[in-house]
Design a protein around this ligand. Structure first.
Ligand SMILES: [Zn+2]
Length: 249
């Protein structure tokens, strides 16, 4: 028995350690913020028929002129004027095929088949340093170095463990979120319709401060100084009420 006992203890330790690893990888049971329900990967089943009041219905067809690779040619103020908005200046360097207007709005919308060029895995690009909702978040590779500075800054804020909710979203993911939040009947749902989100350009991120309570992740908004300093990292925070939402210039 005296020889067997240490072996049993070692065996139990190995079991506990591997259990702890497994637990750490289990997705959070609940995330206390509306934007994460339902899961964003859900495949939509029908085409939405209504759009929020801010965005006119009957959108113009996306431009058929090929854009210079990696950019949007400086944007087109006439596109924003269609919405009664001004064009944001400067235009994001890595925005493709559309124009960034004030309030973080993009116009014209992306077609369902649009996928930005040069997307990269954010977790790998940042060396896995930051807490992400999932490790498969993609982002435009061009903004990674500026973004890393912003992420470090927010993560270093007192009482904040940075949590990255979203980066790039496909058309289907955007549509799934939009439907899941009943946005067709609730224009104030806080989610842009499919085709109309800067997340689809791969240059927008939703950033939070997170806290574990048991198996729940409690998400809080980032600090005001994170918002105020975003521009120093070449990011904008375009919408006051949308605290997590940043766009890379
Ligand atoms: Zn966002």
């Amino acid at each position: 028995m005296s020889k067997v006992l240490p072996i049993i203890i070692i065996f139990l330790n190995i079991l506990l350690i591997s259990k702890a690893r497994v637990l750490a990888q289990i997705p959070p049971k609940s995330i206390k913020l509306g934007s994460f329900t339902p899961p964003p990967t859900r495949t939509p089943t029908a085409t939405p028929t209504r759009t929020p009041t801010l965005i006119p219905s009957g959108p113009p067809a996306p431009s058929e002129v090929p854009e210079p690779s990696g950019g949007n040619g400086g944007g087109n103020p006439a596109e924003c004027a269609k919405l009664g908005l001004s064009m944001f200046s400067p235009q994001p360097r890595f925005l493709e095929q559309t124009t960034l207007c004030e309030l973080g709005v993009i116009w014209p919308p992306y077609s369902p088949s649009f996928v930005p060029s040069n997307l990269t895995n954010l977790y790998n690009a940042t060396g896995g340093k930051f807490w992400q909702r999932v490790n498969s978040i993609m982002i435009k590779s061009g903004i990674v170095s500026d973004l890393t500075g912003l992420l470090k800054y927010i993560d270093n804020q007192p009482g904040c463990a940075l949590f990255i909710g979203y980066g790039y979203r496909s058309y289907a993911e955007q549509e799934g979120l939009w439907k899941g939040n009943n946005c067709a009947t609730d224009p104030g749902c806080g989610v842009a319709p499919p085709g109309k989100s800067a997340h689809q350009a791969g240059i927008a991120l939703d950033l939070f401060c997170a806290e574990m309570r048991g198996s729940d992740i409690i998400l809080k908004g980032v600090s005001q100084s994170s918002i105020d300093n975003a521009r120093n990292f070449n990011f904008i925070h375009p919408v006051n009420w949308d605290t997590p939402h940043f766009i890379g210039l």
